[in-house]
Design a binder for this molecule. Sequence first.
Ligand code: IPE
Ligand code: IPE
Ligand code: MG
Length: 273
Amino acid sequence: MTIVRTGLKNDIKMTKNIDHYIKRLDMDRLPAHVAIIMDGNGRWARQRMRERTEGHSEGVHSVNRITRLASDLGVKYLTLYAFSTENWHRPTEEVDALMRLIGWTIRKETPELKANNVHIRLLGDIDRLPEEVRADLQHGVDETAGCTGLTLGLCLSYSARWELTMTVRKLAEAVLNGEIAAAAISEKDIEDRLVTSGIPDPDLLIRTGGEQRISNFLLWQAAYSELYFSPVLWPDFDEECFVSALEEYQKRERRFGKTGDQVKTEQQASGEI
Ligand code: IPE
Ligand code: IPE
Ligand code: MG
């Protein structure tokens, strides 16, 4: 199996066979869901005396190659933080350029995503996006609705506090309508009303660009995610960087509150080790 090379010209230099990456990984212990805070586009551009928006354009190449690799490896869910609620407060020119880029990218990439069986899911306050961009995004969603491979979650105008606020409103309505008793509200009732409903929690949460913070991303869902902070700016984040994150993830022991001994006993019983 070789990584399909139909993307933008910047991707062409990455021509390694996927077997090279597979050899380094335990394919039985791949994270089912990887979420990424794609940070560092602006700094990447400024370091080159270029406009911040050029960093965003360059970041699209990383989106393409990481999506392709995740799909080729068999990761089931990839969730990308592309534009936060707080990012609306950036200068208008940057916001406008980002909106144009989002529309352009989804239009351009939808055929390849569909060909690779990738299902697009929009996560966020999509109604705040400009109408043309919403139309482009909806087209991408409709085109890939029948795809059964990787689910690509695009977090646009997303923040976890916005999501949790919406969820609380929905639950309050359900209580008022008599659908649920307040005292009976469960974690599942909450999860069912998050924008990520139906998507398992991220196993691995990567942040590029060197900052070590969550920036209002998936606060509920990341309760037990393994966190991986990379100093690499998003436009430079390539297949090698992604596989290194997966390798690091595979070295971690996920205990979910139990003891290490308990985890080992359970793994032995299930034949994992
Ligand atoms: C991430 O890169 C992309 C978005 C938030 C839209 P930044 O634009 O935040 O880049 P830096 O952090 O300023 O370098
Ligand atoms: C987080 O990056 C949001 C996205 C990557 C879309 P920011 O650059 O907005 O985060 P802060 O402001 O450094 O926390
Ligand atoms: Mg940033």
